[in-house]
Every structure is written in structure tokens, then in C-alpha cells.
Write a protein that binds this ligand. Structure first.
Ligand code: C5P
Length: 419
């Protein structure tokens, strides 16, 4: 007998507040019997239908509900860790409420936040009353989930808890398990080493940051900058083309992710710092092209600031954000190459050289946004400063060509050690 596709796999089962929640126990049993490790995440509404103790006992892991667990190690980033851990994420039963939240990217619970962090396939198995299922809002939300890349199983027909007959029942656990197995098998095929992974950077890990960060002042206002992310995306694309395994930590941009690049999306400088520091040890080359905010509102407000009287100023107190690159420089691994970017309007080379030394960088790419075609936008005119070697000024170039030139220079000075 061949092994189940679920054998030794990591599955997350998200359980929401539907009467069908009791069937989650059958799903956990089925997954465990097939040899999977199962982490159950419940919404607080689900706990009213089935005790966490039941699912925790069956799964042999503590059931998680709250995104801010009261543990001492401060591991509030567990949703991110779990998102990376999972080979598949199944939401069964999925209520209209959770479907709406997932469709719109809400992350107000461990379940919804982990779904946003998941890199693995997400399968949504709706369960609700017939009219709720048919409602245009629910159908639009399910469509939206599909557009966002989630897989959605249609609800089954039959008798519903309301006494009505119709479509709205949670799909049968055996059908859900079969679908998860198929999803895992397909995604394992997608993970097969790509033939593109050859070239001067084959075997190298490249970490790139791109775009602006957004620092909230209140729920509808933020501090940000005009960075488009073009430089970082161009570098990530070029490094992948040269065979590297690339992670791109991106602030909000309108750009499509480059092919064969693992994209981690963040908003604030603090989130970018967390994403970068978690990956710094594996990185052979780091290109810190993001325009990270240096300051963030010290006390972002939970509600929208009201307009003040006409002449009364509104004061927003700012505090420094973590300097991501400086931390990387302070913990530089042997053989690791760190490349920073500097936007300088006065005495650019002198200031950039000082940054290179202070942040313990190998290279710094300097540009002066006051010059025509330089800075934010599709082209740039840069000077490359290196720790030991003369500066080199490049002509005005599209950013894709700046990326090529920069990678050429960095690799010539420090070829990847597997070469
Ligand atoms: O000190 P300055 O902000 O000019 O340094 C620019 C370089 O430092 C860029 O590579 C930028 O991505 C990085 N940076 C950072 N963390 C910050 C601010 C800038 O890593 N908080």
C-alpha cells in the first residue's frame, strides 16, 4: 500500500463557529490516522460549538485561538511561524463571517492571521444555512477567495441545521481529506527544483528588501514615502535569473512579484525588521533596497484623529524605528555580503562612506534624488562605493540595468563560495 500524501505533513485545521464544528473532530482523526501532524486553530465562536479540549486531545497539540497568547516568551509572531510550518491550511467548517474576513484580509484572530501568513495552499470548506450560502455577499467573497489563490470546496447538499434542505452542509470529512492530499501532491510538484536554478548564484540565498514602509498614525492615516519598489524587485528578479534562491521582503507596492522569488509582504519598519532578522542567518547576500521609515508615530491612535480647531496644531510624536541594516552589520556572518542603499542630497559620497563604515557594509549604492532621473522612479544614476576599492559612477540607467551592473560588481568581488 502506498503512503498517504498526508503522511508526515504539517496540517493546520482552522475551525470556525458553525454547528458543523463537531465534525472537525472527525477531520483531526482522519488527518492523524493518515500520519499528519495537526495544529488546530479555532475562532472564539467555534469554542461554543466544540471544546478546545476535544480537538487539542485528538490533535495532541494545544489549540490556539488568540493572536496574542499570554505566554512569557513574547512569541506573538506564532502566526508567522505557523504559516511557514504548514504544508496545507484547511478551514473547515468555514462560516460566512470567517469567509468574509479571509476574503478581505482581516487578521483579528490566530486563524485569520495565520491564513494571511500561510505560504502553503489554503482550502476553504464552507458550512452555513442555505440562504446565507446563496447570498450575493457570500458568493462574492468566495469568488474573491478564489481570485486570491485560495481553493474553495463547494458546500454539500442535504438537510441543514436550520431544518431547511439545500446547499450549505460542510463537505464530508473524507472528501476534504482527499482534496487536501491532492493539493499537497500538486504543490509538491510545484516545489520541484526549477531548471532555472543554475548560474553563478546557484545554491546562494539572496535576501532583498524593497519598497516603502507605512507607519500608522491612526487607522486611516500613515507616514510613508514615494518608493515604488522598482529597484529591489529588479534585483530580486536578476538574482533569481542567476540561479539564487531569493526572498524578497516587500513593503506595499503595486508591482507583480518576480517569478521564482519568495515574497514576504510587510507594512511597517518593525514588520520588515522582524521578517529580515528571521532570515538573516541563511542569507549569503543581502540587498537592503527598501526605503525604510526612520521614524514612526510613538502612539498610533486606535480611532481616527478628529480635526483640531483651525489654528490649533496637531502634534504627532515620533520615535525611531529599528535600523535593520545596522543590526545586520552588527551580526554579519562570515562570508556574508551586505549591500545598502543611500539617498543623499548633500555631500552624497562622504555621507554614504560614513554609513558604509558605521553599518559595517560591503557596498553602498548612493544616489542623489535631486539629480534628473535619479531616486524614486524607473531610472537611476548611482555611484557604487565599496569597502576596499575605488568608487564607480554608473550612467543614468533603467533600474533593471542598475541591478545587473550591481550584481556583476558584487559577484566579481565576492563570488558565491559554491562556485
Ligand atoms: O541611514 P540611512 O537610512 O540613510 O541608510 C540607508 C540604508 O539603510 C538603506 O539600505 C535602507 O534600506 C537601510 N535602512 C534600514 N533601516 C532603517 C533605515 C534605513 O535598514 N530603519
Amino acid at each position: 500500500m502506498s503512503a498517504s500524501p498526508l503522511s508526515d505533513r504539517h496540517l493546520i485545521l482552522g475551525v470556525t463557529g458553525s454547528i458543523a464544528a463537531y465534525k472537525a473532530a472527525l477531520l483531526v482523526r482522519r488527518f492523524k490516522t493518515a500520519g499528519a501532524e495537526v495544529q488546530v486553530l479555532m475562532t472564539s465562536a467555534a469554542e461554543r460549538f466544540v471544546p478546545a479540549l476535544t480537538l487539542g486531545t485528538l490533535s495532541e497539540r494545544e489549540v490556539l485561538t488568540d493572536i496574542f497568547p499570554e505566554n512569557e516568551d513574547g512569541s506573538w509572531t506564532q502566526h508567522v511561524t505557523l504559516g511557514e510550518w504548514a504544508d496545507a491550511f484547511v478551514v473547515a467548517p468555514a462560516t460566512a463571517q470567517t469567509i468574509a474576513k479571509l476574503a478581505h484580509g482581516f487578521c483579528d484572530s490566530m486563524l485569520t492571521a495565520t491564513a494571511l501568513s500561510a505560504r502553503a495552499p489554503v482550502l476553504v470548506c464552507p458550512a452555513m444555512d442555505r440562504e446565507m450560502y446563496r447570498h450575493a455577499a457570500t458568493q462574492r467573497n468566495l469568488e474573491r477567495l478564489r481570485d486570491n489563490g485560495y481553493k474553495v470546496m463547494p458546500a454539500a447538499h442535504g438537510e441543514l441545521a436550520s431544518g431547511l434542505e439545500g446547499q450549505g452542509r460542510m463537505p464530508a470529512p473524507k472528501d476534504i481529506a482527499a482534496r487536501v492530499g491532492a493539493l499537497i501532491e500538486t504543490s509538491a510538484d510545484d516545489d520541484a527544483p526549477s531548471p532555472q536554478l543554475s548560474g553563478p548564484l546557484a545554491g546562494a540565498h539572496v535576501l532583498v528588501t524593497a519598497g516603502p514602509t507605512r507607519e500608522p498614525i491612526d487607522p486611516v492615516r500613515m507616514l510613508t514615502n514615494p518608493s515604488t519598489g522598482t529597484m529591489g524587485y529588479a534585483l530580486a528578479r536578476e538574482a533569481a535569473r542567476r540561479g539564487a534562491s531569493v526572498t524578497l521582503v516587500s513593503g506595499p507596492t503595486a508591482l507583480s512579484p518576480p517569478e521564482a522569488v519568495d515574497v514576504v509582504r510587510v507594512d511597517t519598519a518593525r514588520e520588515m525588521n522582524d521578517a529580515v532578522q528571521a532570515r538573516r542567518e541563511d542569507a549569503d547576500y543581502v540587498f537592503m533596497a527598501a526605503a525604510v521609515a526612520d521614524y514612526t508615530p510613538a502612539h498610533p491612535s486606535d480611532s481616527k484623529h478628529k480635526k483640531t480647531e483651525e489654528d490649533a496644531p496637531l502634534t504627532v510624536q515620533l520615535r525611531r524605528t529599528p535600523d535593520i541594516l545596522r543590526t545586520l552589520g552588527a551580526h554579519k556572518q562570515p562570508g556574508q555580503v551586505l549591500v545598502g542603499f543611500a539617498l543623499e542630497t548633500d555631500a552624497p559620497r562622504r555621507h554614504a562612506r560614513r554609513k558604509l563604515e558605521q553599518k559595517n557594509l560591503d557596498w553602498i549604492v548612493v544616489n542623489n534624488p535631486a539629480e534628473d532621473g535619479a531616486g524614486f522612479g524607473p531610472t537611476n544614476r548611482v555611484t557604487l562605493l565599496r569597502r576596499d576599492g575605488p568608487p564607480e559612477s554608473l550612467p543614468l540607467l533603467p533600474k533593471a540595468e542598475v541591478a545587473e551592473a550591481l550584481l556583476d560588481r558584487v559577484l566579481a568581488a565576492a563570488p558565491h563560495r559554491s562556485q
